[in-house]
Design a protein around this ligand. Sequence first.
Ligand SMILES: NC(=O)c1ccc[n+]([C@@H]2O[C@H](COP(=O)([O-])OP(=O)(O)OC[C@H]3O[C@@H](n4cnc5c(N)ncnc54)[C@H](O)[C@@H]3O)[C@@H](O)[C@H]2O)c1
Length: 289
Amino acid sequence: MDQITQVGLIGFGTMGTGIAVVLAASGRSVVVVDTDQERLDRGRAAVESLCDGALRDSSAAEREAVLSRIVATIDLAQVASADLVIEAVTEDFDIKKNVLSSVAGVIGSNVPIASATSAQSITDLAAGLPNPGRIAGLHFFNPAPRHPVVEVIRGLETHEDVVDSLVTFVSTLDKTEAIVVNDSPGFLVTSMLFPYLNDVIQALDDELASAEDLDLALKLGLGYKVGPLEMLDAAGLDVHLQGTSALYAATGDTRYAPPPLLRRMVAAGHLGAKTGHGFRINEPRKDNA
Ligand SMILES: NC(=O)c1ccc[n+]([C@@H]2O[C@H](COP(=O)([O-])OP(=O)(O)OC[C@H]3O[C@@H](n4cnc5c(N)ncnc54)[C@H](O)[C@@H]3O)[C@@H](O)[C@H]2O)c1
């Protein structure tokens, strides 16, 4: 793991696309795997738009070079020669466990595997896999090209040299800082963020103020760059529901209990930016057009 030049990335959704851009911009070749061609096409379009923002000061040739380093496929075997594999699939324990097991079946037994999970235990994900000591967490933030910090999560079994190599790896990404955090529900940032987001959703349901005013007050009053409801729309309400439910199940701490309004929004298919309907986004419905 001295030199990580090729990275396998599993999952080409919100996080996978951002992580792919950050890795390719650092000169790495990235093979991204998702489940079907439609998702690969959507991922490619998202990558192009992220590149437009992240590489706006670069030449067209540099932008093309970054894009050319990202290859998307539905064939998991294409990550076989990767120096590192990052799993960024749906926030569901069983799906992740299956993906990690399949990845372990196609790569070398000492190749490190990192999960981008926000809410699952790295120790639980690693349990039962061959060589669990090479499994760690790499918790990027959304969108990855705009957040130059990554939590490196040390599971109970993670080897210290794997943690050290991942810290070195993160430090080679554009101006990005690595913070080492022990495996604990929600790690560092998420464990503090989710109770705040849940409180704001409940305040909206209680009609304390409008969604717009809640965001405005918290942004300007606290000096945050993004309002909490805008943040939820960008992250995906379904992703937050899965994450906060997992933390609630892991801790029994009611600060993580999913607020009823969040459940209702997800049940109605209002998932934020990805569906055009969320707390702050309300695109006209196609069926009413
Ligand atoms: N969205 C956020 O703000 C955010 C922030 C930090 C971390 N995360 C974490 O990143 C991970 C991914 O989240 P996301 O928001 O990108 O989710 P997403 O739903 O946008 O994307 C997940 C992708 O995984 C793919 N996938 C599912 N099963 C697969 C399989 N077997 N093989 C290959 N691909 C498969 C899906 O098709 C989808 O494209 C989660 O663990 C989440 O907790 C998300």
